[in-house]
Design a protein. Structure first.
Length: 255
């Protein structure tokens, strides 16, 4: 496969306009290149996940005309793969006894009398397995992008800071590094990123076409008023990544 993209939501609540913009960019970039596109549920953080949210997200994607090429992968079913990756990292992994407040020097050995809470990676010095036993997002994303053969990641600029750590892990594991595009985040009228935390409204499912058109317009595409299927067909040929707004934020003005 020459191009394989993905959308990887966390099922902590329903999709909102910000997540639709990200999904649309990743879908259009894949389809306009004749590539494949998959959906992965990043449901690692079980305590934060909401029952039924994954099914609700998939229903919304279907209503908005997205079609994915493989069965949805659930990170909650992938613990064994993450454990195996930690074994493969070998000496790069070290136990850490710190809480968030501590200045961590555990790479040089655990301080006397302290017990390990989490596992970290040497060089990157970020957590691979958390104190609560859950695998960290950074590790799971890398293991799963490689496992699923993802060649290109299109995602929100809020994840820009985590990209160097992920590239570091791909290299440390001897896995191919995907190409990355980070798209600007949609901000609400208060200047906050649209998110579940800022109570962005869920996507309406009864009349998706105008909302999908707005998502494309946020991405700099002059989308016409069309029904969903025709809108996608227009966008598959018209999509141009170079028309993305510059910078890391888009003012929605309307949200
Ligand atoms: Zn530490």
């Amino acid at each position: 496969v020459s191009y394989k993209g993905r959308f990887a939501p966390s099922p902590t609540g329903p999709l909102h306009l910000g997540s639709l913009v990200t999904a649309t960019a990743s879908y259009l970039e894949a389809r306009s290149r004749g590539g494949q596109w998959i959906v992965r549920m990043e449901d690692l953080d079980r305590p934060r996940c909401q029952a039924g949210a994954a099914a609700e997200i998939l229903r919304a994607l279907e209503a908005y005309g997205f079609a994915w090429d493989e069965p949805v992968l659930y990170q909650s079913a992938r613990d064994e793969a993450y454990a195996e990756a930690i074994r493969r990292l070998g000496d790069l992994v070290y136990p850490c006894a710190c809480s968030r407040r501590d200045v961590c020097r555990c790479a040089e050995g655990l301080p006397p009398g302290r017990t390990a809470r989490s596992l970290k990676v040497r060089g990157g010095d970020f957590v691979l397995r958390r104190a609560d036993g859950l695998y960290a997002y950074q590790l799971a994303v890398v293991v799963d992008d490689a496992f699923q053969g993802v060649t290109d990641v299109v995602r929100g600029a809020d994840l820009l800071d985590s990209t160097p750590g992920q590239i570091y892990l791909f290299r440390a594991l001897g896995l191919p590094v995907p190409r990355y595009v980070h798209i600007p985040l949609v901000r609400d009228a208060q200047g906050d990123k649209l998110s579940k935390q800022t109570l962005a409204p869920p996507l309406p499912l009864d009349d998706p076409a105008p909302v999908l058109r707005r998502a494309m317009q946020f991405l700099g595409q002059e989308a016409p008023a069309l029904p969903v299927n025709e809108l996608w067909n227009w966008a598959f040929s018209a999509w141009d990544l170079r028309r993305l707004p510059h910078g890391t934020e888009i003012d929605s003005g309307l949200c």
